[in-house]
Design a protein around this ligand. Sequence first.
Ligand code: GLC
Length: 567
Amino acid sequence: MFDLSDYKWWQKAVFYQIYPRSFADGNGDGVGDFAGMIAKLPYLQELGVDAIWLSPHYPSPFVDCGYDVSDYQDVGREYGTLDQFKQFLNQVHQRGMRLVLDMVLNHTSDQHPWFIESRSSRDNPKRDWYMWRDGIDGNPPNNWFSAFGGPAWEFDARTSSYYYHYFFKEQPDLNWRNPAVKEAMFNAVRFWLDLGVDGFRLDAVGTIFENEDYPPIPEGMSQEELYRLGFKKSNPDADEGFVAYFMQMFGQQVDKPEVHQLMQELRTVVDEYEDRVLIGETDAIEFYGDGTNELHLNFNFPLMQADKLTARHVKQNQAQRLSALPEKAWPCNTLGNHDVSRVYTAFGDGINNDAQAKLHLMLLLTLKGTPFLYNGEEIGMTDLLIRDQQLFRDPLSLLYVDLERRVNGTDEGSAVVVGAKKGRDRNRTPMQWSNEPNGGFCPPEVTPWLPVNPNYADGVNVNDQVSQPDSMINFYRRMLLVRKQNPALLVGDYQEIDIDNEELLCFSRKYANDELLVVLNMSAENRQVVLPRKVNQILINTLKNWVHIEDPAPTLLPYQGVVYRVG
Ligand code: GLC
């Protein structure tokens, strides 16, 4: 039996993702910044999170909302200065928390000096830092697509050649087969590690290498067809035909075996420093390597890739995921981030959303593995559908408006709604701090970079909720505290217990002599459960004062969850 102190900090931590542009605006210009983040550190400490994952804070033309980096060793001016970054990092550490940055390896911005040089002439020393190929008879080098729509090749008139981009055309792919690229990027990694950051969330790791023979894919696939089929590669419910189609379409461009060699090298770099962590934006188990030599954590995305979080889905997911992990690999769960619908919206049924959101947090914080939360979910923030396309900031929204009109013949007004739903602005709106105008995010007279969800005025804000004992935020605080105080939840063994009810999820977490029993009613009906263990304490309950400890067969209300201590 390992002692609790034998586990690494990132195995026991709860991570909280900050989307810097929307978190806290310290200088009142409508854009979040480091001054704002510094001021909110006491808030995060009181909430009870242990580590922060910061979405890109680098200089960026902001075509892909910061994931198009134009300098890996600086801070975007709208967020502040490198000095402010250092203050932030320092204060995060002083408060006993950790900071993990977002590292975008696959591509840079087309405004990065490396690319500006690379495109300037065929014999520029940086030419081979990106993926340049000549066209064939006036056509692109092959018929590959970009995952963000349209061809994967962009013609550049200056040198009459094409460059490859898996994402937007403003995000040219780096050529990782060039050792100079690796060196430059590893230097960027070292730059932040030297400053003391605790690790990285690695963006889109699966896309770093492509098949270098550039084989064309079978004809007959178009962006429109892909749109018709939807973008659900790893959704277990997606039909197999679609998955096969997707792999046919993008299989040459993702998850190439060489990436594992690279990740192992990166791990070696990071291991030169003490106690740092690498987290992959991928659900592919292979990125764990042998469990000790590649990435420390990779997201269990299939958990959240479901229309509804049913007990059946979670059971299947856990059974598959936990059995697939190599020995020593540590699980990592999340229900939301800056790319997907907010938890409250995605998994709420429109009637029981509050109860569901609390239950889903209990699930996430009691499953085995490191949990990741996304800023704003602690107050039950919801998606905001922007109705005016002038206000869209995510180009994917505009792309979908266009596709929806062309593919389905939808009128403009309805197509804008589709664009708003499928784009990612909906889940990136500013944090709602109070019931003052603009949700207290920025001064009333300032226009925030994305509109604030008007439900800030109806109680969906930090200030109002802090004073209400049963609010979402206070449940988050209690649940985070219960997790922190119970080693069984941090590192204990996980065992599902079959209680003969499809709608209930019951599992035990056990550490040393302590066993906890988690019982979750994941349905909209009352459900009686005969407790499979004798219990002597209720650690936390999603609904106030409802379950009695003496009752060996309690009836759980819709979406009620309880954590008991066995004994
Ligand atoms: C990742 C990011 C996403 C971004 C993409 C391209 O998936 O999470 O926001 O658009 O990579 O960098």
